[in-house]
Design a protein around this ligand. Sequence first.
Ligand SMILES: NC(=O)C1=CN([C@@H]2O[C@H](COP(=O)(O)OP(=O)(O)OC[C@H]3O[C@@H](n4cnc5c(N)ncnc54)[C@H](OP(=O)(O)O)[C@@H]3O)[C@@H](O)[C@H]2O)C=CC1
Ligand SMILES: CC(=O)N[C@@H](CCC(=O)OP(=O)(O)O)C(=O)O
Length: 345
Amino acid sequence: MKIKVGVVGGTGYTGVELLRLLAMHENVEVVAVTSRGESGNLVSSLFPSLRGFLDIAFCDPESVDLSICDVVFYATPNGIAMQQVPELLAKGVRVIDLAADFRIKDIPTWEKWYGMTHACPDAVAKAVYGLCEINRDEIKDAQLIANPGCYPTSVQLPLIPLLEKGLVSKDNIIADCKSGVSGAGRGAAVSSLMSEVNESFKAYGVSGHRHLPEIEQGLSFAAKQEVQMTFTPHLVPMNRGILSTIYVDLIDTDVNAVQAYLEEFYKDDAFVDVLPIGSLPETRSVKGANICRFSLHQPQGRNKLVIVSVIDNLVKGAAGQAVQNMNIMFGFKETAYINFVPLLP
Ligand SMILES: NC(=O)C1=CN([C@@H]2O[C@H](COP(=O)(O)OP(=O)(O)OC[C@H]3O[C@@H](n4cnc5c(N)ncnc54)[C@H](OP(=O)(O)O)[C@@H]3O)[C@@H](O)[C@H]2O)C=CC1
Ligand SMILES: CC(=O)N[C@@H](CCC(=O)OP(=O)(O)O)C(=O)O
């Protein structure tokens, strides 16, 4: 069985990553890839890596009829999908939004952090947050998926089971996260120039980043009470990858029990790798792959648990998780065509 797939925003970094994964997927026919500026040009003329794998041309998002698709991915800036999705939903099309339009249930909170009025709060209420390992059952029947943010994926996968089970405190959580430059998208920006980024390392969004309410929403749901935490993103001079160092207070000092619980929780999940205690995951151990690897540390045997979590921001943090959602929604094997060995170096 092949489903018809559309991609809105095929010229960006998450868009081209989606195309790479979808082009290899035997249950998928990519029927539309949009670009406002490249409409009419072959996708493979902009991205030669796709030559021979995806031989269609970009189309104009204004004139394309996406209602012929079984599923449409939005790989667009925040605020675009919410304007178009209600019409597609009404026609029975399923949608996976890689942006943040449907991630935050509380509309005033979303409007505060994203600085715009939400166009379709009703759709937000229906959307399922596509953190696959946690919400698999709801994803199966969802018509609209809010694909999680990159930093939130790396932080929530290790923390949600621990908060649900009461193994760590909901207070004093700190996530110190570092991302490669592709996290900022493919659009031209001075702040992404090589001479601005290379040989340098900086924090940003320290007083507030829009992924904070997304992470707090997920952690609060898991803890069944409000969680407030500290989240600080940093930019590192590499193309892909996120490494999050997470600090939490243990309820009981037995880190081995926490490890055993996480190993059991994720034992059937191909895309979450609970490493042995004390391991030091690197971003290159997940590059190009749909995997979150993390490890637990208990420095000096004290009450503080340190978790080091790595993902590829474009794969498990975006396009890979989006295809994993599609696999679950359409009843394909969850790992189908996204179960790759990471790239080295
Ligand atoms: N980069 C990352 O690591 C991650 C990104 N995300 C989110 O995914 C989304 C896409 O990110 P990314 O690929 O990095 O962004 P890019 O800036 O690289 O690409 C944006 C894409 O959106 C298209 N686009 C822009 N405006 C419109 C519009 N008005 N109508 C239709 N298409 C439009 C552009 O195509 P064109 O101009 O050719 O029409 C382009 O293909 C964002 O919301 C981002 O926050 C989520 C997780 C991780
Ligand atoms: C390095 C870098 O700039 N990263 C981006 C990641 C955000 C992102 O991907 O946005 P959504 O997941 O919310 O759509 C940022 O901090 O804005």
